[in-house]
Design a protein around this ligand. Structure first.
Ligand code: F6P
Length: 474
């Protein structure tokens, strides 16, 4: 069986050269790569189908066919030329998607794959077009839906035109609606993603979020080759560095590792720490920030978008006089992150994620896999992930509850660390994700696809405008 992953935006290369350097090179690429590799390891032939880019600013994407060394014989990266040769942001790809599909059809000739999976709105729309030509069935994984982005941007009827020019929401919502309507199965990471995001009024008539027959919840996984609790050779040097940086004591830490984004609500953990004498006496605080070793000296070099959060953290630390209880660590790579988690896990530390809302929650499962006890927001994915009580769930808006949760995890560290790790290994590995997809795909291959359904109307522009008028009134 050959499965094609349609992912026109971003790109893939054996070295993951540009990961996180641009919004189109984010977590979705990790998801598609790891899932494809896991399927290939299970003996499935896989194509990651993406765009050929021949651009000196984005070198490494000009070969038409490429491979990951570990799965050369089963997994191909197919780069299909369309929309010229330079890098184009995903928002500007829409009008080129039909060319993508025409050229992909030419590439496959008489030997198309057996099944398709579409990623993000542009991948979903690509599947819709390919299905029209071939009758192939597909699953749709939204990753990040346009309706939620419209809400996040707090758009209204007046600001719509400006945002539309930049983000092309009408095309994105039309594409998502088509993909939702035509996909055999829509795949979400959590029940909450399905129940909350797909129930948005902008998807009315395209999909019914209560229809069990249309959805499968298949959570993503962690790369257990990197995130595990077994001491690695590379750890030795890193652990020496960390021991020196922490001053040689062996007190546990409250560890935070996330972007300095206001919605991650990191300040609340500092607030909890400052308010709880008990907590201050039992642990220290560690904040991992990429590229920043000493935020007091390097504040101006922190990107402007993150600086506000860092400034507010430093102000709290100074007002409470706890500089000597807080350490900052410049963690550069996933390997280094896993090594640091192991170092702190070994001394009974706790990982905290206090976002107001977390769609899935990959960071706490990576930390749990490395032996940290986890305290996580009860809003969003973590409440699904840790529904068995293997982590402490907290109310991110309540510093007293956060402090109480961290103390509970510190005092019962071995129990939470053990249960958290077991939970991750039993449910959140890419092999499990691949098995979940393959079950869905095999079921779908055994029944007719939805291609005969009446086409959806392309009317997202008027839908969005009508929606924004109601938002403004409320
Ligand atoms: O990489 C994660 C991801 O959600 C992608 O799916 C997407 O490329 C990007 O981040 C977010 O896109 P948007 O801001 O358009 O929702």
């Amino acid at each position: 069986m050959r499965i094609a992953f349609l992912n026109p935006q971003g790109n893939f290369d054996p070295l993951d050269s540009y990961l996180t350097e641009h919004p189109d090179f984010g977590g979705q690429l990790v998801y598609v790569k790891e899932l494809s590799l896991a399927m290939a390891r299970m003996g499935v032939d896989v194509d990651i189908v993406t765009r050929r880019i021949d651009d000196p600013d984005w070198a490494g994407f000009s070969k038409r066919v490429d491979h990951y060394e570990e799965c050369r014989d089963r997994l191909r990266i197919l780069r299909i030329p369309f929309g010229g040769s330079r890098f184009i942001e995903k928002e500007k790809l829409w009008r080129h998607i039909p060319e993508f599909i025409d050229n992909l059809l030419k590439y496959y000739g008489g030997e198309p794959p057996d099944y398709l999976t579409g990623h993000y709105a542009d991948g979903g729309y690509s599947c819709v077009l390919l299905q029209r030509n071939t009758g192939l069935g597909f699953t749709f994984t939204g990753h990040s839906l346009g309706a939620q982005k419209i809400d996040k941007l707090e758009m209204n009827a007046e600001t719509f035109a400006g945002h539309e020019q930049r983000f092309h929401f009408a095309q994105r919502i039309d594409a998502e609606r088509l993909a939702m309507q035509r996909a055999d199965t829509v795949i979400t990471s959590t029940e909450q993603e399905r129940n909350e995001q797909y129930a948005h009024v902008l998807y009315d008539g395209a999909i019914d979020s209560t229809d069990d027959g249309r959805f499968a919840v298949v959570p993503p996984g962690v790369n257990t080759a990197i995130f595990n609790d077994a001491e690695q050779d590379e750890d030795r040097e890193e652990h020496r560095w960390l021991a020196a940086r922490t001053g040689g004591h062996d007190q546990p830490y409250v560890v935070m590792s996330s972007r300095l984004d206001a919605k991650k609500n990191i300040e609340a953990v500092f607030e909890a720490y400052i308010q709880s004498e008990d907590l201050r006496s039992k642990a220290r605080l560690a904040l991992f920030v990429r590229g920043v070793e000493d935020p007091y000296a390097e504040l101006d070099s922190i990107p402007e978008s993150d600086r506000g959060v860092m400034k507010s953290i430093l102000a709290r630390i100074d007002a409470a006089g706890i500089r000597d209880r807080v350490d900052f660590f410049d963690i550069q790579s996933q390997l280094q992150l896993a090594g640091a988690y192991r170092f702190f896990g070994n001394r009974g530390s706790v990982f905290v994620l206090s976002s107001y809302y977390e769609p899935f929650g990959l960071a706490p499962i990576e930390a749990a896999a490395c032996g940290l006890a986890v305290v996580a927001t009860r809003n969003g994915g973590p409440s699904d992930i840790f529904s068995d009580g293997s982590a402490v769930l907290i109310d991110p808006a309540d510093p007293a509850d956060i402090a109480h949760g961290i103390l509970q995890a510190l005092e019962n560290h071995s129990r939470y660390a053990e249960q958290g790790k077991n939970r991750v290994l039993s449910r959140y590995t890419w092999d499990q994700t691949a098995r979940g997809y393959l079950e869905v795909i095999e079921r779908n291959l055994a029944r007719p696809t939805r291609s005969a359904e009446t086409p959806n109307r392309l009317d997202a522009s008027s839908r969005i405008e009508a929606y924004l008028r109601t938002v403004r009134q409320n």
